[in-house]
Design a protein. Structure first.
Length: 436
């Protein structure tokens, strides 16, 4: 099984990896150079001490009586070498080309006064011995066991602290660099000209402040552009009402005929379309209505009773926590559009309300009509889109009812989703993010 190394996908992980690997490599190289320099310095000092120590020890042992040498030998013993009164252990002669630096130090210390022979001793720890004879002919062996200079016990802790600091500094650096981008990405994800604009904080480093200013300016331009187009739609729709009214009055003075009835129906259809256009244009500005606290249960009962007074089959089920903060006129228009849509295609509607665990309020408008194809559920919320191709008002409608409901739902800080019910029918769910 082969392990594939993959480059991180997120900018934060990429920056963290680059910074951390770079800092660790640089720190490792710096530590390695310092440790090597320290090792060479310590080695040079130890070899110098070895040279002086061997010169003094051999001179003292050579001048001592043979009977006293055994008592003095332990006094000259060191961590890496010791003195043996005897021939030592048989070994392999050492080639001067492959000799350890300690061999040259011993040679420089006593080589001029004594004949030296060096042998390498094999074993668990490879070492060498220097053999010589004192003035009285007694053999003396210098047993040298070179070893790497041990690390200080506190050094691993220092390395651990340094690596921890590297991790913390890398995390802080990446967080400072990524946080403005994360904030900008979140603002872009929530960018919706139909809702309140999220104004980015323009403080911070120059590049971050410049990006925030550019985003805020872009957001303002989009809002202005949308407002201009909606005002144009509202103005045209409003101005069309006057000539349509004149045409209807003139049609009233015409003689009764089938052509008069057709013309009256066409004018009524045009008038309805114009009114819906004005309503859609005004729905974009639904957020301008002042918010107030209402009792949601009483609000919904009032809406349902109004329909029942008109003889409509509308029922209410469920209950909620009570008081919420919202824009009542916009909320009523949303529910009226959804309920009218249900009555139009199913002849009856049910309003079901409940409080969700996350604190939001759910209001569902349910019917048992023909429903909507799954691929068209999102498209029917767009302006002038109709599932039915007919332009008959009683069947196809203007295609603005659900679009107006969608616009107003966003304006009051909620969301509108459509789904088909099991057993047939449509469920239009309005979720209000304002907690009770």
């Amino acid at each position: 099984m082969k392990l594939a190394l993959r480059w991180p996908r997120t900018l934060a992980s990429q920056q963290s990896l680059i910074f951390l690997v770079g800092l660790i490599v640089a720190h490792g190289l710096s530590f390695g150079v310092q440790f090597y320099e320290r090792y060479r310095s310590a080695e040079a000092m130890l070899l110098g001490n070895l040279e002086n120590d061997v010169s003094i020890a051999v001179s003292i042992l050579d001048r001592l009586p043979a009977a006293e040498r055994a008592d003095w030998v332990p006094r000259f013993e060191r961590r890496t070498y010791r003195y043996l009164l005897g021939e030592g252990v048989p070994g392999t002669p050492i080639d001067p080309k492959d000799a350890h630096d300690a061999v040259q130090s011993i040679q420089d210390a006593v080589g001029q006064q004594y004949a030296l022979a060096f042998t390498r001793i094999e074993g668990a720890q490879q070492h060498f011995q220097a053999h010589l004879k004192l003035a009285d002919g007694s053999p003396l062996t210098i047993d040298v066991r070179p070893s790497v200079m041990p690390l200080s016990s506190w050094l691993p802790m220092v390395l651990l602290v340094q690596l921890t600091l590297l991790l913390i500094c890398t995390w802080l650096a990446v967080r400072v660099a990524i946080r403005p981008l994360t904030r900008l990405a979140r603002a872009v994800d929530t960018l919706d000209p139909n809702t309140h604009a999220v104004h980015l904080d323009e403080k911070g480093p120059t590049e971050v402040a410049h990006a925030a200013k550019a985003f805020n300016a872009m957001q303002a331009r989009i809002a202005a552009y949308l407002k201009e187009r909606m005002q144009l739609l509202a103005a045209i729709s409003h101005d069309l009402q006057t000539p349509i009214t004149r045409m209807k009055l003139r049609a009233e003075f015409m003689d009764d005929s089938s052509e008069k009835d057709k013309l009256s129906n066409d004018l009524s259809e045009i008038e309805h379309l114009v009114r819906e256009g004005v309503a859609y244009a005004r729905s974009v500005h639904g957020a301008t209505e002042a918010s107030c606290r209402i009792d949601l249960n009483s609000f919904l009962h009032s809406l349902v009773f109004d329909y029942q007074d008109m003889g409509k089959a509308v029922e209410l089920s469920g209950s909620t926590a009570g008081v919420i903060d919202t824009r009542p006129h916009a909320l009523r228009r949303v529910l009226v559009n959804l309920t009218d849509n249900a009555l139009k295609f199913a002849g009856a509607a049910e309003l079901r309300v409940e409080s969700k665990a996350d604190g939001t309020q759910s209001i569902k408008v349910l019917d048992r009509g023909p429903g909507i194809a799954e691929e068209e559920l999102a498209q029917v919320l767009m302006p002038f889109y109709r599932v039915e191709n007919s332009r008959n008002r009683n069947t196809g409608g203007t295609g603005l009812g659900l679009a107006i409901a969608q616009q107003l739902a966003l304006a009051i800080g909620g969301s509108l989703t459509l789904s088909n019910r099991e057993g047939g029918g449509l469920c239009a769910e309005l979720t209000l993010s304002t907690p009770a």
